[in-house]
Design a protein around this ligand. Structure first.
Ligand SMILES: *[C@@H]1O[C@H](CO)[C@@H](O)[C@H](O)[C@H]1NC(C)=O
Ligand SMILES: *[C@@H]1O[C@H](CO)[C@@H](O)[C@H](O)[C@H]1NC(C)=O
Length: 212
């Protein structure tokens, strides 16, 4: 009598998203892309974080400072395959930036793509999920925006997209650091049907624009 009852309970989701306790309410923050495109650097991120505090946005609940595409060096570390930042734009590395953002009481987000390249043509994370997640965790990253460019055709059904995005979900979880996983696959293959078990948030469309 009790067995069917227990089976049923185990099918009920116990919490939302990737079950890492994040994004229980919609995450609030700011992303560099729409204003600055590829022109990210240490000063821009830290100045922006300070502006979020100074202008009272932090007090209103804006929490995540998210650095989008183009933070990357030309190549991964040739020996370890670890991702590394552009040495001129980030002379002190990414962990330095994340730690300064944390000192302001904010959280720090980074960007990659579930593809061979990012949308701006930097190295992507497809098939490098583990080393990338591990490195982001070492850098004290709190959030990953994970795009969909150059996905090598690994899309077209919910299962194929799910597997590609689940790989990063597992890799993030394995780091032991709670990292908000924001899937940005533009709504392809209906992420609302397959993302809730692996991600904390999922985009449902392409980019939005400030137009009327
Ligand atoms: C997951 O990523 C690893 C490399 O990090 C790769 O070898 C493997 O094929 C990927 N699995 C799936 C299902 O995409
Ligand atoms: C990893 O996943 C487990 C099971 O869903 C969850 O309890 C845990 O909080 C996750 N850990 C991280 C660091 O995301």
């Amino acid at each position: 009598m009790y067995i069917p009852f227990l089976v049923l309970l185990s099918l009920i989701p116990l919490s939302s998203g990737a079950k890492n306790g994040l994004a229980i309410t919609p995450p609030m923050g700011w992303n560099t892309w729409n204003r600055f495109g590829c022109s990210v650097n240490e000063d821009l991120i830290l100045d922006s974080a300070q502006a979020i505090v100074r202008n009272g946005l932090k007090a209103l609940g804006y929490e995540y400072v998210i650095m989008d595409d183009c933070w990357h060096a030309a190549t991964r570390d040739p020996e370890t395959n670890a991702p590394r930042p552009d040495p001129e734009r980030f002379p002190n590395g990414i962990k330095y930036v994340a730690d300064r953002v944390h000192e302001l009481g904010l959280k720090f987000g980074i960007y990659s793509s579930a593809g061979r390249y990012t949308c701006a043509g930097r190295f992507g994370s497809l098939d490098f999920e583990e080393i990338d997640a591990k490195t982001y965790a070492e850098w004290n990253v709190d959030y990953l925006k994970y795009d969909n460019c150059f996905n090598e055709g690994r899309a077209g059904t919910p299962l194929i997209s799910f597997e590609r995005y689940a790989n990063m979900s597992r890799a993030l979880n394995a780091t032991g650091r709670p990292i908000l996983y924001a899937m940005c696959n533009w709504g392809e293959d209906g992420p609302w049907n397959f993302a809730p078990t692996i991600a904390n948030s999922w985009r449902i469309s392409g980019d939005i624009f400030d137009v009327n």
